[in-house]
Write a protein that binds this ligand. Structure first.
Ligand SMILES: NC(=O)c1ccc[n+]([C@@H]2O[C@H](COP(=O)([O-])OP(=O)(O)OC[C@H]3O[C@@H](n4cnc5c(N)ncnc54)[C@H](O)[C@@H]3O)[C@@H](O)[C@H]2O)c1
Length: 315
C-alpha cells in the first residue's frame, strides 16, 4: 500500500506538475498538496490540499501526523532573481523550511525527504563547461548561498542522523502548465508565451548567454526516479548534478523561428545578466547517470514543439 506523500510549495512551477504526476502514479488521495496560497483550479480540484506555511514547524508536524505522511517533497523557496531583492526573507524561507523538514525526519516522524538544489550553487570561479559534480563552488547570489548551505546540511543530516534526504541541482526549467516563479532562466518560458501572443520578445539576458536548461517532464522523471531508487545506490547525499541541454537566447529564438518564421527577439540585459554570468554553461551529470540511470529525453527542438503545441491550445 502506498504511504502518503506531502508536497510543500505545491502550487509553484515544479510543485504543480509534480503533484499531478505523483497523483497519477500513487493515487490522488495519497498525495497531499500544500502551499501558502491556493494554486490553479485544476490543481485544487485534483486531490487533497492544505494551506501550510513551510516555515511553521508545528503546522507541518500537525499535517504530517494527521495524514500519517511518509515522504515530504519540499518545493517552497524564494528563487534567484527575487532573492536578490529580499535577501533576508529568502534566507529565512529557504533555510527554515529545510530545517523543519530535516528535523521531522531526524525525529522519525517522516521517512524520506526530497529537497531541490540548483545550478546556482556554482559561482564565477567554477569551471563553466561540463561542470563536475565536485568542484569549486563559491556561489555569488543570495539564492546560491542558501542552496549551497542547504546541500551541506542535507549531507550532514544524512551522515549524523541517518536522514534519508535526496536532492538534485535542477538547471533552468521549461514548462507550459505553470509560469516560473522569479528565477534567472524565466526568459526560456516567457519567450514561448510572447512568441504566440505578440510574435516578439525582449529578452532580459544577452543573446550569447549559454545556460543549462531542462524540459519539465525530464525534471519530474528525474525527481521521481531518484526518490524511488534504493538508498544503497546513492553515492551523493548533498545534491546530484543534473544535465539535459544547454543553449543561448539566440539559439532558442532560432528554434522558435523554425515554427513561427516572423518571430522577432531583442535583447535588454538587466540585473539578471550578472547572475547568469556566474553560472555554468553545461553540466556533467555522470554520477546521476551511474547511480540511478538518469537520462534526459528532451532537447531544444522537442521542447519547442511541446511548448508551442501545448500553449497554442491553452492560451
Ligand atoms: N524552476 C526552476 O527553474 C528551478 C531551478 C532550480 C531549482 N529550483 C528549485 O525548485 C524548487 C521549486 O521551484 P519552483 O520553480 O517551483 O518555484 P516557484 O516559485 O514556482 O514555487 C514555489 C512555491 O512555494 C510557495 N511558497 C512560498 N513561500 C512559502 C511558504 N512559506 N510556505 C509554503 N509555500 C510557500 C509559493 O507560493 C510557490 O507556489 C525551489 O526549491 C527552487 O529553488 C527551481
Amino acid at each position: 500500500m502506498q504511504k502518503p506523500i506531502l508536497i510543500l510549495g505545491a502550487c509553484g512551477q515544479i510543485g504543480t506538475e509534480l503533484t499531478f504526476e505523483l497523483r497519477a502514479k500513487y493515487g490522488s488521495e495519497n498525495v497531499i498538496a500544500s502551499d501558502i496560497r491556493e494554486g490553479s483550479e485544476v490543481l485544487m480540484n485534483s486531490g487533497p490540499f492544505e494551506l501550510l506555511d513551510a516555515t511553521n514547524y508545528e503546522a507541518i508536524e500537525d499535517v504530517v501526523m494527521h495524514y500519517e505522511i511518509d515522504e515530504v517533497f519540499l518545493m517552497a523557496a524564494m528563487l534567484s532573481a527575487t532573492a536578490e531583492k529580499f535577501p533576508m526573507r529568502a534566507w529565512n524561507l529557504n533555510m527554515n523550511s529545510l530545517f523543519n523538514v530535516l528535523n521531522l525526519a531526524k525525529e522519525r516522524k517522516i521517512n524520506k525527504v526530497f529537497w531541490p538544489s540548483s545550478i546556482a550553487v556554482f559561482g564565477p570561479n567554477t569551471p563553466k563547461k561540463n561542470t563536475p559534480q565536485n568542484t569549486i563552488m563559491e556561489p555569488s547570489t543570495v539564492y546560491g548561498i542558501s542552496k549551497q548551505a542547504g546541500e551541506r546540511w542535507c549531507e550532514y543530516y544524512f551522515k549524523k542522523f541517518g536522514v534519508d534526504v535526496r536532492s538534485v541541482r535542477y538547471p533552468g526549467l521549461i514548462s507550459w502548465k505553470t509560469m516560473p516563479g522569479g528565477g534567472t532562466t524565466d526568459y526560456a518560458v516567457e519567450i514561448y508565451h510572447e512568441a504566440l501572443k505578440s510574435g516578439k520578445y525582449q529578452c532580459f539576458l544577452d543573446k550569447d548567454t549559454k545556460l543549462p536548461m531542462m524540459f519539465m517532464d525530464d525534471a519530474i522523471t528525474a525527481t521521481m526516479s531518484l526518490m524511488e531508487s534504493k538508498p544503497e545506490k546513492l553515492s551523493v547525499r548533498s545534491s546530484y548534478n543534473l544535465g539535459s541541454m544547454s543553449f543561448t537566447p539566440k539559439e532558442m529564438a532560432k528554434s522558435i523561428q523554425k515554427n513561427i518564421p516572423d518571430f522577432k527577439i531583442t535583447y535588454a540585459p538587466d540585473f539578471r545578466q550578472q547572475i547568469a554570468d556566474s553560472w555554468p554553461s553545461s553540466i556533467d551529470d555522470s554520477a546521476a547517470a551511474h547511480d540511478w540511470n538518469w537520462k534526459p529525453k528532451f532537447d531544444l527542438e522537442t521542447t519547442t514543439k511541446e511548448m508551442l503545441g501545448n500553449l497554442k491550445q491553452a492560451l
